[in-house]
Design a protein around this ligand. Sequence first.
Ligand SMILES: CC(C)(COP(=O)(O)OP(=O)(O)OC[C@H]1O[C@@H](n2cnc3c(N)ncnc32)[C@H](O)[C@@H]1OP(=O)(O)O)[C@@H](O)C(=O)NCCC(=O)NCCS
Length: 157
Amino acid sequence: MKYRQIANNEIEKNEYHRMRYALWSHHTEKELWDEMEYILKGKNFYKNELSWTAFVVVRDDGKLGGFIEMTLYPELNFCDSKPVGYIEGWYVDKDLRRKGTGKNLVKIAENWLRANNCLEIASDVELHNKVSQQAHTALGFNQSHIKDNCIFYKKSI
Ligand SMILES: CC(C)(COP(=O)(O)OP(=O)(O)OC[C@H]1O[C@@H](n2cnc3c(N)ncnc32)[C@H](O)[C@@H]1OP(=O)(O)O)[C@@H](O)C(=O)NCCC(=O)NCCS
């Protein structure tokens, strides 16, 4: 398996969309496809982000097995440094979980952030998502606060 930035081709777009829909199935497939096309063109999608990128796990057969979607913000009110990176989405296919895949995705995201002059990475997890909370804690994230049904995390990198 390899870890790298997503390639903007049909195979990877279909795979990335499959995984985004698995993570965010409360959205329609069309909404997620349109959003993906938009951000792959490098356009701002969220609010005031400076840039956006996604790193993926590439299986030996060329299909994907996970992703981490990252944005770089000029600042965030609960972080001490700026700019600051944010995990917008983090997903690993079921057959690749608990093998360090998620951890490797966070590592590659942190490398990207360091190269972009960041000293911190931040994230959020819904209150009901105990697995992701355990994974964040295991990877060294510290809880910052709880708001809108989510726990917000940050970590020095
Ligand atoms: C969260 C997620 C990305 C983690 O991916 P992963 O590849 O399983 O993570 P790793 O194998 O690198 O696990 C890192 C550490 O997190 C903790 N962890 C991960 N899954 C866990 C689980 N099911 N139960 C308890 N701890 C867990 C462990 O400490 C683990 O280290 P260990 O296996 O050496 O004990 C994956 O579970 C996932 O895709 N979940 C569904 C989507 C989701 O909830 N995404 C997060 C949205 S905020």
